[in-house]
Design a protein around this ligand. Structure first.
Ligand SMILES: C[S@@+](CC[C@H](N)C(=O)[O-])C[C@H]1O[C@@H](n2cnc3c(N)ncnc32)[C@H](O)[C@@H]1O
Ligand code: SF4
Length: 316
């Protein structure tokens, strides 16, 4: 029986108000909204014994769900810590006030202070409106923390210092970036950026590395390493619940074609036990740039870096 805790990624919707070029969301054949009944079942399945953090994100934009306000209310009083990732476009003052205290951390994705770059990366979104919403969140939040996720696309990097300077001038302290431009569903080969270069930029600008966000403790990492037949850390430390309520084999199953159960039938432990015995899925894993990312050496490095970050008290 597995004893490690994992992070859960919950997709309220696989629909979105943007069309970002790095996002492989168009591989989802039937974008949909999560039904209220499914969301209730998700909440029942999430226990702090199995899960250390639930992130409302997935492959769509959670703020566009028609039941956004009601779903946010449902998280209040739940024993688990919830966070949310959003492109920030719909987060006006009313919604910011509504989110305050219901989630621990709001992470707004922001590509660049350069309007031209923003327009090309966050296609369909209004940069001035998102910047306004960032300022509003920074001003209004009393209980929820605000973080910004900087897009690791090559074209965002020249303006990165100015973007960071603007965000810090607004008082935003938690700036995060993924050291990986995910090759989700094999669609991003042309954009692949060396993780080494991104890690170096993360260090240079004192950003928080998103690779640590899914690691509850060093003990949990080693427990999952021992329990799983297939040694892939990104797969094993996270469970993705799609808008249909399906548990996906892996976060990188963008097209949602490899479910291993549904919240209506299985709990988190049962899903983990099922996945622990599963091998890689060639269709998914052969083109994944995360595969073999974390061998023993990387694992130790990430563990040490994680421990240092925890000591510094960063909780993003
Ligand atoms: C898929 S989005 C969903 C939540 C929301 N719509 C948003 O954009 O923040 C979650 C995060 O993944 C990031 N993202 C999208 N495609 C990516 C890629 N290929 N590599 C790395 N991060 C990516 C986005 O910038 C965002 O911060
Ligand atoms: S806003 Fe988020 S979900 Fe929508 S296209 Fe961009 S990265 Fe994908």
């Amino acid at each position: 029986m597995s004893t490690y805790r994992i992070a859960v990624n919950v997709e309220w919707t696989s629909k979105c108000n943007a069309l970002c070029p790095m996002c492989p969301r168009d591989l989802i054949e039937n974008p949909m909204l999560m039904k209220e009944q499914t969301w209730r079942q998700v909440l029942e399945r999430l226990s702090p014994q199995d899960v250390f953090r639930a992130v409302i994100a997935g492959y769509g934009e959670p703020t566009t769900h028609t039941k956004f306000l009601e779903f946010v209310d449902d998280m209040r009083g739940h024993p688990l810590r919830f966070d949310m990732v959003s492109n920030g476009h719909q987060l006006d003052a009313e919604r910011i006030r509504h989110l305050d205290g219901a989630i621990g951390l709001l992470i707004i994705s922001f590509s660049s202070i350069d309007p031209g770059v923003y327009k090309r990366v966050h296609v369909n979104l209004d940069q001035a409106r998102v910047m306004d919403n960032i300022r509003t969140a920074q001003k209004l939040f009393k209980h929820t923390q605000l973080a910004i996720s900087l897009t690791p696309m090559p074209e965002c990097l020249p303006s990165l210092p100015d973007t960071i300077a603007w965000l810090r001038a607004q008082g935003v302290e938690i700036l995060t970036m993924s050291p990986t431009l995910y090759n989700r569903g094999g669609t991003l080969q042309a954009h692949e950026l060396a993780t080494g270069k991104l890690r170096q930029m993360i260090r240079q600008y004192r950003l928080h590395s998103q690779e640590l966000d899914f690691i509850p403790s060093v003990r949990d990492v080693f427990q999952q390493w021992r329990s799983n037949r297939f040694k892939c850390v990104p797969r094993n430390v996270d469970v993705f619940i799609s808008a249909s309520g399906d548990y996906l084999y892996c976060y990188n199953d963008v097209s949602h074609k490899h479910p291993i159960g549904n919240v209506a039938d299985l709990g988190i432990r049962e899903v983990l036990a099922k996945r622990e015995g599963m091998a890689l899925i060639p269709e998914l894993c052969n083109s994944c740039n995360m595969l073999n990312r974390y061998g023993a050496k990387e694992l130790v490095k990430t563990g040490i870096s994680y421990a240092r970050t925890k000591l510094k008290g960063v909780s993003a």
